[in-house]
Write a protein that binds this ligand. Structure first.
Ligand SMILES: [Zn+2]
Length: 321
């Protein structure tokens, strides 16, 4: 009796690890009865996973810690998603390098832009690379040719709109689990709403005159708009990391940091750390690391989107309060 149960448990354990192993290597669109989908960034992948739960496998295309603006997939990255019917992408011009490749290599997959209903922030100028005639634009453009801010997830209210899009798409592909997707989506939206309230409480600790952000690139526009911050400037003065600042732009930023008493430069892990350090040394501001376009690894402090919000808000409040 004992042995029989023991063997049963062992069998389940072995089967479980085999199934878990399949999540990362198999290309079948329906693995173990689960719906198989792909997502570009770790942030999009996490939100899709929260809604899909045990009924889906999510293949994350851009590895954690990698810059989503510049990421270009290897043939192996692409072979892992060759069978999927849907790829959830951030959109709004974020995955500028990846999307060009995806549209050609997985032509049968539907690309769903989770940011499609978010009201996008429009920039006033082209990134300087375009002014110099250096070829293609760096971000999706608004109607008048102005670049658009793709970092929609920095406001959880935008991610609430993602949830509806993801629930609809998963339900279309896998109607048998529609109720579960809807239930998970509602529960997750409640968590996002709670996070929004928590962020408002936290930023209230920062005196109004200190609610100024200097960052590695202009990635915090939606956060700034929602929670009453001003984006003073950025080391790369654009919505993308695919540019280099000129000496004049760095000098102008340093002047602003000094004249506006800016205490901190918030940088993502994809930025140029030497340049941020130099600006900090020149101005007396300190460099504060944030997670920007990516979550941390699973054992890090920003392993989920909700943990990412907590980590970043705590870092911003500690630096500016
Ligand atoms: Zn960015």
């Amino acid at each position: 009796m004992y042995t029989k149960n023991f063997l049963k448990i062992l069998f389940v354990l072995v089967l479980g690890s085999v199934l878990m192993g399949c999540q990362t290597v198999s290309t079948s669109p329906a693995e173990n009865g689960r719906l198989s989908v792909a997502a570009t960034t770790s942030i999009v992948a996490d939100v899709v996973q929260q809604i899909g739960g045990d009924s889906i496998n999510v293949h994350q295309v851009i590895p954690n810690g990698t810059d989503p603006h510049s990421f270009s997939p290897t043939p192996r990255d692409l072979s892992q998603i060759s069978g999927v019917k849907v790829v959830f992408v951030n959109g709004a011009g974020l995955e500028e390098t990846l999307l060009k490749v995806l549209k050609n290599t997985v032509p049968d997959a539907t690309l769903i832009e989770v940011s499609q209903n978010n009201p996008l922030i429009e920039g006033h100028e082209h990134p300087h690379g375009d002014e110099a005639g250096m070829g293609e634009t760096h971000t999706t453009e608004g109607e008048e040719g102005h670049p658009l801010d793709p970092h929609t997830w920095t406001d959880p209210n935008n991610v609430m709109q993602w949830v509806d899009i993801i629930v609809t798409e998963l339900s279309r592909l896998d109607p048998a689990h529609q109720q579960m997707y809807q239930k998970n989506g509602e529960a997750y939206k409640n968590q996002l709403k709670e996070a929004d309230g928590w962020i408002q409480e936290q930023v209230a600790q920062i005196p109004a005159e200190n609610r100024k952000l200097v960052t590695d690139h202009l990635a915090w526009g939606y956060f700034a708009k929602r929670y009453g911050f001003e984006q003073i400037g950025a080391i790369i003065p654009g919505f993308s990391t695919l540019a280099e600042p000129s000496a004049q732009e760095i000098a102008a930023l340093e002047e602003q940091i000094r004249s506006q008493n800016i205490r901190a430069i918030f940088v993502g892990n994809q930025s140029n750390p030497a340049l941020a350090k130099r600006i900090a040394e020149d101005t007396g501001a300190k460099v504060v690391p944030l997670y920007v376009g990516t979550l941390s690894d699973s054992d890090g402090p920003a392993a989920t989107y909700l943990a990412y919000l907590r980590y970043n808000v705590n870092a911003i409040v500690d630096a500016l309060k």
